[in-house]
Design a protein around this ligand. Structure first.
Ligand SMILES: [Zn+2]
Length: 171
């Protein structure tokens, strides 16, 4: 949602932030696979194909198609796609900064290697109902510090830069 502040409203209507947020959540739908015997490290396992760059490109294209009535020109279509792609990719990037589970298969299906960044300050979230526990609360506080506050700071900086740029152009 914070990412949309980097895009001008005329090109990427800010009501699309809801679609961006949905795109950022979709990769974790892969946890359904656990119920069907798909293992964590499998191609379709958790943090596998749905967390890849290729999946983000496909999902952004589908979401752009769904939002086509909100996009006014073909030039803006590229920016909306970029926004939706980055929103989806942000999920895997943040997962790769967590301190548990398996890494993220960024280059799946070509390369199923799982990756973490060397900087992993985010406590990994418990899956399912275990999220509603003392550990879930401590994970939320950790995410507040390492995800929400930096996102709000990013949004504020992006908004300020866009506003300054608009003022300079109008002079
Ligand atoms: Zn994930």
């Amino acid at each position: 949602m914070a990412l949309i502040a980097a895009f001008p409203e005329q090109a990427v209507p800010h009501r699309l932030m809801i679609l961006g947020a949905v795109c950022a959540m979709v990769p974790d739908f892969d946890v359904i696979g656990f119920r069907f015997g798909i293992h964590y490290a499998d191609l379709l396992g958790h943090r596998g194909l749905t967390h890849s760059i290729a999946f983000a490109a496909v999902l952004a294209s589908l979401a752009l198609f769904a939002a086509s009535s909100a996009v006014s020109s073909s030039k803006n279509r590229g920016l909306v796609w970029l926004y939706l792609f980055l929103a989806t990719t942000s999920h895997g990037l943040l997962d790769a900064m967590t301190d548990g589970g398996l890494g993220v298969a960024f280059f799946s299906p070509l390369d199923r290697t799982r990756y973490f960044f060397s900087f992993t300050p985010i406590a990994v979230s418990p899956i399912g109902a275990r999220f509603f526990s003392a550990r879930g609360l401590s994970v939320m506080l950790c995410e507040l510090r390492w995800v929400w506050l930096p996102s709000i700071a990013f949004e504020a900086v992006a908004f300020t830069i866009r506003r300054l740029y608009a003022n300079i152009r109008s002079v």
